[in-house]
Ligand binder design. Structure first.
Ligand code: SF4
Ligand code: SF4
Length: 145
């Protein structure tokens, strides 16, 4: 199991990681089609924090003992025992936002479109971690830990 670490010393604050995370979770997975033509414009699951001159991208840490999973009242959040990914099932989510309140990193995002949340899924089922591989300055790295 690993996690994505930010390197603020080389982050330019360009927000491209947010853009590519959204593209990763779009229907077309195409940067132009996703934002121009898709009815439900894709949303990113990470946030670039700006404490100028410092900027860095933050996403779910996929904690070993996730507070969000313990706090979830409906069983919508779980930790996959094989991959270690903290998984969100929108069909079970009742939108109580207990997870938003308990995540110590502030990495569970309120879905602006419908009641519920969105969070990093480590690009599950995709062939790359979009935020890591598309960062032009290598300011995000995946580390085994
Ligand atoms: S959402 Fe927050 S609490 Fe849950 S695994 Fe990620 S970082 Fe940890
Ligand atoms: S690993 Fe994938 S889902 Fe997670 S923040 Fe990066 S691009 Fe988004």
């Amino acid at each position: 199991m690993g996690r994505i670490m930010a390197k603020p010393e080389v982050c330019m604050g360009c927000h491209l990681c947010e853009v590519w995370c959204a593209v990763a979770h779009s229907k077309s997975k195409h940067i132009v089609k996703a934002f121009l033509y898709e009815v439900n414009k894709p949303l990113p699951r990470l946030v670039v924090e700006e404490k100028l001159p410092l900027t860095f991208a933050l996403q779910c840490r996929h904690c070993a003992e996730p507070d969000c999973v313990a706090a979830c009242i409906s069983g919508a959040l779980s930790k996959d025992p094989e991959s270690g990914i903290v998984v969100h099932d929108p069909n079970q989510c009742v939108g109580c936002y207990s997870c938003v309140l308990t995540c110590p990193y502030g990495n569970i995002l309120i879905n602006p479109r419908q009641r519920g949340i969105i969070k990093c899924d480590l690009c599950a089922g995709m062939d790359t971690l979009y935020c890591v591989s598309r960062c032009p300055n290598e300011a995000l790295v995946y580390v085994d830990c």
